[in-house]
Design a protein around this ligand. Structure first.
Ligand SMILES: NC(=O)c1ccc[n+]([C@@H]2O[C@H](COP(=O)([O-])OP(=O)(O)OC[C@H]3O[C@@H](n4cnc5c(N)ncnc54)[C@H](OP(=O)(O)O)[C@@H]3O)[C@@H](O)[C@H]2O)c1
Length: 284
């Protein structure tokens, strides 16, 4: 396998000093059978940031791909997430050890609470377990996902530790300007999941028009919008040409007018679950 370096991908410095490549490869909905090949391909294309989760049931394949790549451990940034059904102080610590075993790693670069799952009322205890895991060197950085400002305020107030990242649904049709502003005020890095709106935002006429003017693919235009806002984005693609196109976004710019036009596409409607009510255990 030829392995180009990812030197073109800019990185974002998290509050705790850890640097995260601003563009990564997401593996949600890639089956356990398929994920090793897809991640090997993504690493071969040049991605050095992989986003998985215990709930995706594909950590083992991700780990096999990392081993097969032969890349030094410190050249790939690996994120995984705590399942809702494993929240709690002891269970979260056990869950991270399980993820590390499946990934074949001694540490992850970023460990996230996948959802606040408020009905369990265990996310503060889970956060305490993550703080301890970071101290123990099992995660270089810790953060949350799908946290709304009131969930975030609670963990900060009760533990005094600010999550480094909030990974939230964010794309032109669901741009969450209010949440983004509060994350910025708190020094929490914004990580966009479903950054292409699971493909739905790609056919928007404004996106198509800007793409035509720039002679770029619609996905590249949307990914530039994320990058120019300073967000971390983790698109998923099934085949190599799209993986490569999504990573080939560092040699052009959107104008301020392009940015404003894409900002104006926000509908306020999410695709995924509402963090205040999404409770699925995600345990098979
Ligand atoms: N924290 C959370 O709760 C959470 C929730 C959802 C997602 N995520 C993370 O975010 C990652 C990405 O989100 P996502 O998979 O939901 O949505 P996405 O990345 O916004 O969109 C993926 C879809 O866009 C298509 N696509 C990708 N590149 C394309 C291109 N260049 N041209 C045309 N179509 C393209 C893909 O098609 P093909 O696959 O056919 O190429 C796929 O259907 C996930 O893998 C996961 O890591 C996190």
């Amino acid at each position: 396998m030829s392995l180009p370096s990812n030197r073109n991908t800019p990185s974002v410095q998290l509050e705790d000093g850890v640097r995260i490549p601003q563009l990564g490869f997401g593996v949600f909905q890639i089956s356990p059978d398929e994920v090793q090949a897809r991640v090997e391909e993504a690493l071969d294309v040049g991605y050095r940031h992989i986003d998985t989760a215990a709930a995706y049931n594909n950590e083992q394949g991700v780990g096999r791909a990392l081993t097969a790549s032969g890349l030094p451990r410190d050249e790939v940034f690996v994120t995984t997430k705590l399942r809702n059904g494993e929240q709690g102080r002891t269970s979260a610590a056990d869950a991270l050890r399980g993820s590390l075993d499946r990934l074949g790693l001694e540490y992850v670069d970023l460990y996230l609470i996948h959802w606040p799952s408020p009905a369990r009322d265990a996310y503060v205890d889970s956060w305490r377990a993550m703080i301890e895991a970071k101290r123990a060197g099992l995660a270089r950085a810790i953060g949350v996902s799908n946290f709304l400002p009131h969930h975030l305020e609670r963990v900060i107030t009760e533990t005094g530790v600010v999550p480094a990242v909030d990974q939230i649904e964010l794309h032109p049709y669901f741009a969450q300007p209010g949440v983004v502003r509060i994350l910025g005020e708190r020094g929490v890095a914004v990580e966009s999941y479903s950054p292409l709106g699971q493909g739905r935002d790609l056919a928007d006429p404004v996106v198509l028009e800007i793409a035509a003017v720039l002679d770029r693919a619609p996905a590249q235009v949307i990914l530039r919008w994320h990058l120019q806002h300073g967000y971390i984005a983790i698109p998923k693609a099934s085949a190599r040409p799209r993986m490569a196109a999504n990573l080939d976004v560092f040699d052009f710019h959107l104008t301020e007018e392009d940015m404003r036009r894409i900002d104006s596409l926000d509908t306020g409607e999410r695709i995924g679950g509402d963090p205040d009510t999404f409770e699925i255990s995600q345990i098979r």
